[in-house]
Ligand binder design. Structure first.
Ligand code: FAD
Length: 383
């Protein structure tokens, strides 16, 4: 029987699923079991869209269809919190099993504080995340640094600090550090992220610390709540999942890798925020002067819910037909979300004018985090 605090290796007993999954298929097996036994009405996960750079959110209700969500996609532009809030009524009328990276989870927690999402109806299976890559950057990087046509790539992965691609005719890995030194690599908000192991989920799963004969064939599971322990116990009892206690050396390695990633995140924060602090207002003024008022930053933000921003009525700051928009439009928005920007990067990722919006609101939020409670991403309920 699993209990909160357990550190385990887990893998599916279904060989078909194991071959499709990223690291042994524990995540998909757990979710399939939850769906089969009606612990949840639907599972929210991710599947490959047009190509491997296109990761699309899906809500699956038939357990037989869940295998299509197995595997990790490191490119793609998505935040599952917004998907659940906008299209699944914030799980207020149905029970959901959801796969969450740190940002997905923080988004859900912030939305729950606004009563936009009901966390009581959600089981969260967290996946550790060292960061993801924007689809456009991935394509440019693969062409420029790997000398490979991005359309011939059929698999990508991030392993042992390398971004690795498999393509027609071979495979190639380049260190993420090297890619980032040359302006490629992970999204800038991911570099600054300090939520690598999502311990506020019910289970936190990842490949760090899986060593020996289980390397690549099992997932390291940290049991973070009673809800997570219950799901895991039931899936093992139903023989959908095998588990063993994590190797102590593996636990140590996982801790070291997480520590190194957190240090790197802190380094990127210092790098980005110091440069900004030197010339904050001029930088914001100059960058936001490219704004074309498409409202994408507002519509995609998981925490920006003010109707004042959503309406396109005349206001002092947003005047019809007037470009660029008044800088106060953005300053007011930063102030509005300053208590809860989760640094998901969606505003920046989807800005057609490439304004570094996430950098501005994240810098403001981090300052607020130094002064106020609850800290970013901390739930007001206990899981
Ligand atoms: P599977 O059974 O293959 O299931 C994986 C689940 O993840 C599926 O439900 C799938 O839909 C979902 N998924 C795939 N892509 C995304 C996405 N972009 N956003 C949200 N959900 C997604 N582990 C580490 O230890 N260190 C890392 O640095 C690390 N980085 C990761 C980065 C990303 C973007 C992702 C998605 C995962 C990362 N992981 C990392 C977790 C690891 O890759 C495996 O997902 C985990 O070990 C579970 O393996 P599995 O075989 O049990 O999962």
């Amino acid at each position: 029987m699993a209990t909160k605090g357990d550190l385990l290796y887990a893998w599916t007993t279904d060989s078909g699923l194991a071959s499709k999954a990223e690291c042994g298929g524990a995540v998909t097996a757990l979710l399939r079991h939850a769906l089969e036994t009606k612990m949840v009405d639907a599972v929210v996960a991710v599947t490959k869209g047009y190509d491997i750079y296109d990761a699309i959110p899906v809500a699956v209700t038939d357990p037989k269809e869940l295998d299509m969500t197995a595997g990790s996609l490191h490119c793609g532009t998505l935040l599952l919190a917004t998907f659940i809030k906008n299209y699944l009524d914030g799980a207020k009328k149905m029970k959901l099993g959801v796969v969450v990276k740190g940002c997905d989870l923080m988004g859900l927690l912030e939305e729950a504080k606004r009563n936009d999402v009901d966390m009581k109806n959600i089981i969260t299976i967290g996946v550790n995340c060292g960061g993801s890559v924007s689809p456009g950057v991935a394509r440019k990087m693969i062409k420029a640094k790997y000398g490979v046509d991005p359309d011939t790539v059929h698999k990508e992965e991030i392993d042992k600090g390398q971004f690795i691609i498999e393509y027609e005719g071979g495979h190639k890995g380049i260190s993420v550090d090297e890619l980032e030194e040359e302006g490629f690599g992970r999204r800038s908000n991911c570099r600054r992220c300090l939520y690598k192991v999502p311990r506020q989920a019910d289970l936190a799963c990842g490949n760090w610390g899986v060593i020996g004969d289980k390397a690549g064939k099992a997932t390291f599971v940290e049991v973070c709540s009673e809800k997570g322990a219950d799901l895991l116990t039931k899936a093992v009892a139903a023989k959908k999942l095998d588990v063993e206690v994590a190797n102590p050396k593996g636990i140590e390695i996982r801790g070291k890798v997480e520590g190194a990633m957190l240090k790197l995140g802190a380094k990127w924060r210092q790098h980005d925020f110091t440069a900004l602090r030197d010339n904050l207002w001029d930088t914001i003024n100059k960058e936001t002067s490219r704004c074309v008022k498409c409202y994408s930053c507002i519509e995609k933000c998981p925490v920006c819910t003010a109707t004042a921003f959503k309406g396109r009525d005349e206001s002092l700051m947003v005047r019809r037909g007037k470009l660029p928009s008044d800088p106060m439009f953005h300053l007011r928005r930063f102030a509005h979300i300053s208590d809860s920007c989760i640094n998901c990067g969606q505003c920046e990722e989807l800005c057609p004018m490439e304004i570094p919006l996430a950098l501005f609101s994240h810098a403001i939020r981090v300052e607020a985090d130094n002064a106020f409670e609850p800290k970013l991403g901390k739930p007001v309920y206990s899981n």
